[in-house]
Design a protein around this ligand. Sequence first.
Ligand SMILES: C[S@@+](CC[C@H](N)C(=O)[O-])C[C@H]1O[C@@H](n2cnc3c(N)ncnc32)[C@H](O)[C@@H]1O
Length: 224
Amino acid sequence: MSQISSNEANEGLYSPTVLKMVYTPVVIWFSHTLAWKLPNPVVHRNHREHVGRTHLTVGPGNGYFLAKLPKNTPLRTLHLLDLNRACLDVTAQRVGDRFDVHTIEQDALQRWPVEEAGLDSVDCHMMLHTVRGKNLLDKEALIAEAARALKPGGRFFGATVLAKGEGVRVNGIARRLLDVYNSKQNTFCNLGDSSEDLRAILDKHFSDVQFQVHGCTGVWVATK
Ligand SMILES: C[S@@+](CC[C@H](N)C(=O)[O-])C[C@H]1O[C@@H](n2cnc3c(N)ncnc32)[C@H](O)[C@@H]1O
């Protein structure tokens, strides 16, 4: 298992070239579909249905899902929060002509520099499994920040790769990738992450939680 230390940027993995040329086919098309069994249509639907006028994305990667929002999306002001500068820059370039984009370069476990109860929606897709921690309880600060930053009735939606728990099915490809990625520094850190812990933390911070397991991912839409 990877050494648990502080969260640090991974500039080799998240370089502009990787984000523009490799990330979409390898991670979003191949790994989501064949390893983690996360249906991309569910992620698109959740973005379409739950993004509000003022939104914050935690860990935007290359901005793939934000760029696919329909023309009639209510989104106007978009905050991007990420530890890796290239993810902020590539996503801002990709969607900056559609939305008023603000970037925040920091660890998502630290307090977010946004007003309390000021956001309509927050999304966090496929990044909690990369955050350092023995298990999801060590990552609770991120979910607590989403709750603090949202208006009453605001939506927090996302997905993460889980290693165990009720309903979680880890196929052969996923098992191999989990082992390899968890052995690398600043790549994955999720061997202790379970569906029960994720559900319990969401229930603690949000009034209504819709939670589903797809393959070895937990997918949620939570309302403050
Ligand atoms: C696997 S990518 C997911 C990208 C995107 N959300 C998607 O679903 O396609 C993980 C993202 O989380 C960011 N990230 C990882 N750990 C982070 C941390 N501790 N704080 C903030 N961002 C982090 C990475 O830089 C990257 O943008």
